[in-house]
Design a protein around this ligand. Structure first.
Ligand code: FE2
Length: 300
């Protein structure tokens, strides 16, 4: 269940229609902290060791995803990904180079898969000593779900280019991992190739719940949750940010090892009316489902 090359998920870069409003929301409501501001971009961190979790760039009228950043185990692993990605059908956008303009630095490779999903793989990026856990501040990202109109192809690409392994597959999602987290990248079975959602790992159960209350107080109703998923066994509250990006507070993600037995859609079935383990929250409504197919990858 571990990738020979990829240690984990580092960050996501987005284009936002209003950078000041985005910074305000993601710091004052979502509870991240500013790591750095640069011309036309703000970098936001959690309380874990990653230099930042979100890179927000001033964009056009609709939000776009620029890339998903993963961290390689070593310089050799990064070089191996460069070869493997091309062999798997990727187009290189930027070869392995020092990331001089990135506040986290290190070396990075950027490529896109045959459907236009853009991945950046880094090594040697800045990592901090973990801060004292701040109440209700996300620790790190734990997964990103990307839609695919051709899930089998995308699953194969993630396996070949990045060494990811299938953890579980339901009628809606192929869950894939690279480390002990049950899933780090997941593929949403869809008719498009949009960003489905970004999940932020909270310290515990209470912080997921209090985060739901804080978002509600700020006018952002819980779109789905509270609940506990089947695959991954994680707690969840889902929201739509001010621009339409779907974000999740989660905690208690199942930790897996090489003995984990993947299961398929026939194994992951719910009784009528249920779509999670608890059955407290109604299923996701049309507003959330629509938002989960609206944020597309920015063209090169
Ligand atoms: Fe999720």
């Amino acid at each position: 269940m571990s990738s020979a090359w990829i240690a984990g998920l580092r960050s996501v870069a987005l284009n936002m229609p209003d950078l000041a409003q985005a910074e305000s929301f993601y710091t004052q409501v979502w509870n991240l902290d500013v790591a750095e501001r640069r011309d036309g971009a703000v970098y936001l961190r959690g309380s874990g060791s990653d230099a930042y979790l979100l890179a927000l760039h001033q964009g056009g009228p609709v939000p776009q995803i620029r890339h998903v950043t993963l961290r390689a185990h070593s310089a050799d692993a990064l070089a191996a990904v460069a070869d493997a990605a091309v062999a798997a059908g990727a187009t290189v956008i930027a070869p392995i180079l020092p990331l001089a303009d990135d506040p986290a630095g290190g070396h990075g490779l950027t490529f896109k898969d045959p459907h236009g999903r853009v991945f950046q793989v880094v090594h040697g990026d800045l990592q901090r000593a973990e801060a004292a856990e701040l109440q209700d501040r996300p620790l790190r990202l734990t997964h990103v779900v990307l839609n695919s109109h051709a899930v089998d192809d995308t699953q194969a690409f993630l396996a070949r280019a990045l060494g990811f392994t299938l953890a579980d597959r339901t009628v809606a999602i192929a869950f894939m991992n690279c480390n002990h987290d049950h899933h780090t990248l997941a593929v949403g079975i869809s008719d498009n190739d949009a960003l489905n959602h970004i999940a932020f790992l909270m310290p515990d159960f209470e912080s997921v719940m209090r985060g739901g209350g804080r978002m509600k107080d700020a006018g952002f109703a819980i779109q789905w949750g509270p609940g506990r998923h089947g695959p991954g066994n994680n707690l969840f509250n889902y929201f739509i940010d001010p621009f339409g990006v779907v974000i999740e507070y989660t905690a208690e993600v199942e930790q897996v090892d090489a003995h984990y037995q993947p299961r398929g859609p026939e194994d992951w079935k719910w009784p009528p009316g249920r779509v999670d383990q608890w059955g407290i929250s109604p299923p996701p409504g049309p507003g959330l489902k629509e938002a989960q197919r609206r944020v597309l990858f920015a063209p090169d």
